[in-house]
Design a protein around this ligand. Structure first.
Ligand code: ADP
Length: 244
């Protein structure tokens, strides 16, 4: 895949909690169309980095999404700019159907007039998201009754109807079956054809199959970066993962 212009360019990112440095001067560039895996031991700063980029925690340094500086903007503004994020526990509306969940997500970026005018039909963007995430047959099912994997896919669908161009996914395959993992890997590969995807993940088999590039964090810093093969061959990575 061609290395395009950066979708995300992080420079000297620092996050400090009560004197504890959780992210310690991270530089990270993710080109458009990348499927980047962010790995590292517990406490490495992966979630905090994503929190900083999405406006959930305060940070210093810079995080550019295309031409736009994200640091200093609030969570909702960052989402509206096209930076989508999922959490380890899917945050869908369990009492509503799949379609209603997508509709609400889409509504965030849609005028009341547009919503009124279509009178119950499924709009193109919602129909497309349903197809992309493989939930066409579940469209009228309550989200609370979906399988674990399907909830994660619905959450990704909700980001798609919000026109997210950069997707930051926190352990999307945790707790998934083998089949669900495969389907999720295919989905992420598809998404990365037109968008940019950054995945926090622990599952090494999943990473080997689907990662295009990998960044390893350790102690709030970038320890290693490259292809899966490059990162696996890096002695610093082996030391962190296998002990001394
Ligand atoms: P990872 O996602 O790589 O497991 P985290 O980003 O969750 O790591 O955490 C990095 C470090 O920052 C950990 O040592 C964690 O305890 C600390 N940390 C995370 N959030 C907070 C917080 N809100 N207050 C204080 N310390 C925090």
């Amino acid at each position: 895949h061609p290395a395009g212009p950066p979708a995300l360019q992080i420079t000297d990112l620092r996050v400090v909690f009560d004197g504890f440095v959780a992210v310690d001067g991270v530089d990270l560039t993710v080109p458009v169309g990348d499927l980047r895996f962010l790995i590292g031991p517990n406490g490495a700063g992966k979630t905090t980095l994503v929190d900083a980029v999405t406006g959930l925690v305060k940070a210093t340094g810079s995080a550019r999404f295309g031409e736009l500086e994200l640091l200093g903007r609030d969570v909702h503004r960052i989402a509206r700019l096209g930076v989508g994020r999922t959490f380890q526990t899917a945050t869908v509306f369990e009492e509503l159907t799949v379609l209603q969940n997508l509709d609400i997500a889409a509504g965030a970026g849609r005028s009341a007039w547009t919503m009124l005018r279509r009178r119950g039909g499924v709009p193109d963007d919602v129909a497309e998201a349903l197809t992309t995430v493989g939930l066409v047959d579940q469209r009228d099912q309550l989200a609370g009754t979906l399988a674990h994997g399907q909830k994660q896919w619905l959450e990704i669908g909700m980001l798609l109807v919000q026109n997210a161009r950069l997707l930051l996914l926190d352990e999307p395959v945790a707790g998934m079956s083998h089949e669900e993992r495969d389907a999720t890997g295919e989905l992420l590969s598809l998404l990365a054809e037109h968008r940019t995807v950054v995945v926090i993940e622990h599952d090494m088999e999943f990473l080997r199959r689907f990662a295009r590039t990998v960044t390893v964090l350790h102690g709030g810093r970038v320890l290693s970066e490259g292809t899966v093969a490059q990162v696996q061959a890096d002695p610093r990575v082996q030391e962190v993962y296998l002990g001394h």
